[in-house]
Design a protein around this ligand. Sequence first.
Ligand SMILES: [Fe+2]
Length: 384
Amino acid sequence: MGVYEVLLPKRVVFGERVEEQIGAEAKGLGAKKALIVSDETIKRTGLLEKVGTPLREVVEVAIFDRVESEPTLKAAEAVAMAARAAKYDLVVGLGGGSVLDMAKVASAAVANPGQVVSDFLGANKIANPSVPKMLIPTTAGTGAEATPYALIIVEGKKKAIASSYNLADVVLISPSFTASMPPEVTASTGMDALSHAVEAALSLGANPLTDSFALEAIRKIADNLEEAFAHGDNLDARLKMSIAAMLAGMAFGNAGVIVGHAAAHTIGARYTISHAKASALALPYVMEYNAPAAEEKLAKVARELGEDISGLSDEEAASKAIARVKKMLEALKLPTRLADLDVPEKDLPDLADAIMKEKGYLARNPRKVEHGDAVKMVERMWSG
Ligand SMILES: [Fe+2]
C-alpha cells in the first residue's frame, strides 16, 4: 500500500438558485474589490449580469469579458495585465474551461507582480499564493473548477500551469447556469467529462480516492447525460451532470489523463474540432487500446455505466464498456470517426508523431505506447 495525496478545492456550494449566495460567499472571503473573468458568449446569455448584480451589492466589481477559447500565452498575458491593473482581492471566473483557467491565471498574477505568465508554466512555479478565487462553471465538462491546472497554448501545444494555488477557494454550481448550453455542447462537454473519468480510472497515477471520484462520475454521466441532452431544462439532470464533471475533475486533477487526451490535444491544435468533441471521439479507441492492460478496471467502468456484467469475464465486461461508450456517442449525435470531420487521411502519420511527443500523458498510460501503436490508434480513430 502506498501513500497518496489528493488536492481539492476548499469549498463547494451547489444547488438551485445558489447564485443568490454569491454576495455572501464574496463577503466570506473578505473581498472588497472583485474582478469577474468571463467571455462574450456568457455576456450574451445574461449570466454575467446574474452574477455581477448580487456581487455589486457587497463589493466593487470590474469585468474582463474577453477570454478567448483555447487561450494562447499572449491571450493569457492580456488577462494577467488586466488583473494587475488594480489590487483586486477576489477573482470570479464565470464560464467554461478556458475562462476558469484564465481566472486562475488572473488570481495568480495579482499576487505575483514580479512574474509574467510564462514564468508560471510547469509544476509549482507560482511563487506567492494567488488571491482568493471563486469558480462558477457554465458547462458540465472540463472539470476545471476542481483541478490545480490552467492550460495555455504555447507554440501550438497545450502546456499546463500546475499549482495548488490554482485550486478554487469557492466552487459555485448552479444547474440553471448550465441549462443555457445547447444540446450539442451538452453532449460533447458531457462526453469530455466521461473521458476524464475513464482516463483517470485507467491512469497509472490513479489511487483509491481518485478511483472513487472517477467511478461515481461515470455512473452519474451514464444515468444523466442523455436526459440533459434531450431535456435541457431538467435541472435535476443538469445538477447531477455538474457534480459528475466536478468529480471527474477531482479524479483527473490528481490521477492525470492518458493517451486519449494526448490525441485530443493534438487534434484540437490542428483542426477546428473542439477539445470536447476530440476527446469524446478518442475515448472508445483509447479504452480498446488499453483493454489488454486494464481489463479489471474496464470491467468496473462497465458496471458503473450500468451494464449487466454478472457471469462475464473481465475481458467480456471491458468489451461491453467500449460498446456502451460507442452507443452513447451515437445517441448524442457526436462524431465517431476522424474521417467524418474532414481530417485528411494523409495527416495520420503526422498526428501519430505529435501524439508520441505528449510524453506526460503517455507515461501514465497503462499500456505502453510505441510509435506503431499510435499510428494504428489514429487509423482506427479515422476509419471507425
Ligand atoms: Fe478534456
